[in-house]
Design a protein around this ligand. Sequence first.
Ligand SMILES: NC(=O)c1ccc[n+]([C@@H]2O[C@H](COP(=O)([O-])OP(=O)(O)OC[C@H]3O[C@@H](n4cnc5c(N)ncnc54)[C@H](OP(=O)(O)O)[C@@H]3O)[C@@H](O)[C@H]2O)c1
Length: 267
Amino acid sequence: MTLADGMRMPVLGFGVYKVSDDDATPAVAEALAAGYRLVDTATLYGNEAGVGRAVRASGLERDEVFVTTKLWNDAHGDAAEAAFAASVERLGLGVPDLYLIHWPAPARDLYVPTWRTLLRLRDEGRVRSVGVSNFQPAHLRRIVEDSGEVPVVNQVELHPYLQQRELRALHGELGVVTQAWSPLGRGAVLADPVIGDIARTHGATPAQVVLRWHLDLGVAVIPKSVTPARIRENLGAADLELTEEDHERISALDRGERSGSDPDVVS
Ligand SMILES: NC(=O)c1ccc[n+]([C@@H]2O[C@H](COP(=O)([O-])OP(=O)(O)OC[C@H]3O[C@@H](n4cnc5c(N)ncnc54)[C@H](OP(=O)(O)O)[C@@H]3O)[C@@H](O)[C@H]2O)c1
């Protein structure tokens, strides 16, 4: 998809949360070989070096792989620029494609100046695009009003049990791409009987159904797996076609249920 700043980003990428630095290298290598062209890491994950190794060894040109990393909460404010430089160093891939503020951490109340720092890094050509993660409507509105610039992406928890309708509507108004983390609800939604039923009617898997649902909503996804067969399976979402009735049934599964933390309290 095309981002608000004109850059292009793959809609279906590969996440590596809770994958060790050593394990990240073979997992990312597998994903790139299968056809993924976006890798989502973060300072918090402790595997930027392992991701960088896999991308460098892949034989792909640097501009063929979109690499996202994120600024951790302890580096808001004055520490942001040094934290960014350390991520760049660990990745060893030159200019990263996308840098996100991982959480707004409202108790610290430093996300506004941190956002200004990210914009400056982008203007200096040190990162291609900048965005945010886990920003609630109030946090988003505040940085947009302060800077006059929208984050190109807001990466938030989103899956059939947490459909984020209000946030997606605001993203639509502002021109922010919604990118779903835990797009499979960390595996929980895959056991839902409705998802299973839809999967059976299409001869597809539950994960493919859920990922296709996201893509049909215009939401970018970054499913994580360290299992080669699942890494390939998840890419198969691209070939599936859901009906309007399938969409209505999945839409009815929303119950506002988070698998992760509440962005208003994380600091
Ligand atoms: N910005 C943020 O705050 C934030 C927070 C959380 C996550 N993220 C990003 O989002 C990515 C994805 O989220 P996530 O890792 O929390 O959850 P997820 O992608 O929804 O689910 C991952 C889990 O589902 C399993 N799985 C994957 N494909 C499957 C399939 N086809 N069939 C059955 N099970 C399958 C994986 O198992 P195996 O690995 O054992 O195969 C793993 O246990 C992360 O890796 C990270 O990059 C961002």
